[in-house]
Design a protein around this ligand. Structure first.
Ligand SMILES: [Zn+2]
Length: 413
C-alpha cells in the first residue's frame, strides 16, 4: 500500500505483484514434541532409551511452524517446557508462533493418558484445586478431559471463572456435550467429541445433532473441527492402504510408535476396536452442519497424533475443510486468521492485514481463494520483526530432515 512516505535506506523491499498477502495462520490444537512426550513415547518402544534423543531441537520445532505460515499456535496439554517455549518466544530469544499453553489434561482416576501429563481429579475439591494450581503455574487455559467426573468439572469451572481462565478441551463423558456447553465451557476440541462417545442410535440421531449445533451457535461456543486427525484415527481402526502426506517431517520415534506393527495400532486392531469406524464422514457432516448454522469454527490439527505432521498438517486441514466439509476457501482461511485472533480476544490487533495490526503475515505465490492448496506455496512469512523467505525456509526444512535422519532407528517391539 503506497503511504507516500520515504522508505528507510535499509528497508527490505519484497516484490509481491501477483502474490497474495494474508495474516499468518493459526493452529489452535497442537502438541509439540517436548522432552516429557519424548520420555512417554520411548517407554513403549524397544531401544528408544529415555526418548530425549528424539526431541527435535526446540528452535527447529518452532521454525517448522513458522515455515508453514503458522504464526499462532495453541498447545493443548501443556507442561513446563511448553511454558518455557511461550516465554522464550515472547522475550524474542526464540523465533516462533505466538503460543498459548493449556494445562495438563484434567482427567479422572485412572486418567486416559500418562499420569505425568494429567491431573487426576476425583471430586469437586479436586477440580477447584486443579483450577487454582494451573492458574498459579501460568497456564493460559484449562483442558478438561474425558474421565473428569461431573462434580470435578463443576469445581474446575468455578475455580477457572474466579481466576479468569478459559476452559477448552474434551467433553467429559459424565458431563455430556450439552452439559459442558451450558456450564460455560468455551470451546470443544474436536467435532468428533460431539458424537464419538455415543452408542447407536444416539450416535447418528439427527435431532440430537441439530439441537446441539443450535445450542453451540446460540451460545457462541467455539469448535475445533480437527478433521485431519479423525481421518487418521479411522484408518487405525479400520485398516486399509494409506499413505499420509509430508512423512519426511514426521519424527521417527512417532513413526515407530504409530506404525501398523507398533504398540497402538496393532493393539487396537487385535481388540477390533471400532470407535472410529465411519468417524471421518460423520466429522465432516457435523462440521459442515455447524458451519452452516453459524458456529465459529477454528482450524486445529492435533499434531503428534498418528501421522498428523506438525506444521504441514494445517495445510491438509484447510484442504479437507474445503474438499470434504463444504467450506469455501474464504471460510476456511477466515477460521484460521480472523477467528483465531477473535478466539484469543485479539481481533483488534491480529488476524487482519491492516494498519496497526500485528505484523504476522504470510505471502503466497498464488491465490488460496481460487485453490486452497496455495497455502503450501509460500514466498515469505513475517512473524513479529522476523522475515523468512523461500530460500531460508527450504534450508531450514533441509536441516529438519537431516536432524531426523541422524536420530537412531527404532523398531516397534
Ligand atoms: Zn490433542
Amino acid at each position: 500500500m503506497p503511504t507516500g512516505q520515504k522508505l528507510p535506506d535499509n528497508a527490505i523491499v519484497i516484490e509481491a505483484a501477483g502474490k497474495t498477502l494474508l495474516p499468518g495462520l493459526s493452529d489452535v490444537h497442537g502438541h509439540p514434541f517436548v522432552a516429557n512426550w519424548g520420555r512417554h513415547f520411548a517407554s513403549f518402544l524397544e531401544g528408544a532409551g529415555d526418548g530425549v534423543q528424539f526431541v527435535l531441537p526446540y528452535d527447529l520445532q518452532m521454525f517448522l511452524q513458522v515455515a508453514c505460515g503458522i504464526t499462532r499456535l495453541e498447545i493443548l496439554a501443556g507442561c513446563a517446557d511448553a511454558l518455557w517455549l511461550r516465554e522464550a518466544i515472547r522475550a524474542g530469544t526464540l523465533i516462533g508462533p505466538r503460543l498459548s499453553v493449556g494445562s495438563p489434561l484434567i482427567d479422572g482416576n485412572p486418567p486416559v493418558h500418562a499420569q505425568s501429563m494429567s491431573y487426576m481429579v476425583g471430586d469437586r475439591e479436586g477440580g477447584v484445586r486443579a483450577g487454582n494450581e494451573i492458574a498459579d503455574r501460568g497456564f493460559d487455559f484449562a483442558k478438561p478431559y474425558t474421565r473428569l467426573p461431573a462434580d470435578g468439572f463443576d469445581g474446575l469451572m468455578d475455580a477457572c471463572a474466579q481466576r479468569g481462565l478459559r476452559v477448552m478441551g474434551h467433553v467429559p463423558v459424565a458431563v455430556g456435550v450439552e452439559g459442558a456447553i451450558r456450564r460455560g465451557q468455551l470451546g470443544i476440541a474436536h467435532a468428533a467429541e460431539l458424537f464419538l462417545k455415543c452408542e447407536e442410535p444416539e450416535r447418528s440421531d439427527r435431532k440430537r445433532r441439530d439441537r446441539i449445533i443450535r445450542l453451540m451457535a446460540d451460545t457462541g461456543v467455539w469448535l475445533q473441527a480437527t478433521v485431519c486427525v479423525i481421518r487418521r484415527m479411522e484408518w487405525i481402526d479400520t485398516g486399509g492402504p494409506y499413505a499420509p502426506p509430508d512423512m519426511d517431517y514426521l519424527n521417527p520415534v512417532l513413526a515407530a510408535f504409530w506404525a501398523e506393527a507398533g504398540p497402538v495400532v496393532s493393539a487396537r486392531r487385535a481388540q477390533a476396536m471400532s470407535m472410529f469406524t465411519n468417524s471421518y464422514a460423520s466429522t465432516c457432516e457435523w462440521t459442515n452442519a455447524a458451519r452452516a448454522a453459524g458456529v465459529r469454527i477454528l482450524t486445529g490439527t492435533d499434531f503428534m497424533n498418528p501421522y498428523v505432521v506438525e506444521g504441514f498438517s494445517l495445510h491438509e486441514e484447510l484442504d479437507r475443510l474445503v474438499r470434504d466439509c463444504g467450506f469455501d476457501p474464504h471460510d476456511a482461511l477466515f477460521g484460521s486468521t480472523r477467528l483465531g485472533a477473535d478466539y484469543h480476544d485479539e481481533a483488534a490487533i491480529e488476524g487482519t492485514v491492516s494498519v496497526g495490526a500485528r505484523s504476522d503475515l504470510l505471502l503466497l505465490n498464488s491465490d488460496p481463494l481460487s485453490d486452497i492448496r496455495a497455502t503450501r506455496d509460500i514466498d515469505a512469512v513475517i512473524v513479529g520483526r522476523h522475515l523468512l523467505r523461500a530460500d531460508g525456509i527450504a534450508e531450514g526444512l533441509r536441516r529438519v530432515r537431516e536432524a531426523y535422519t541422524r536420530m537412531p532407528v527404532v523398531e516397534p517391539e
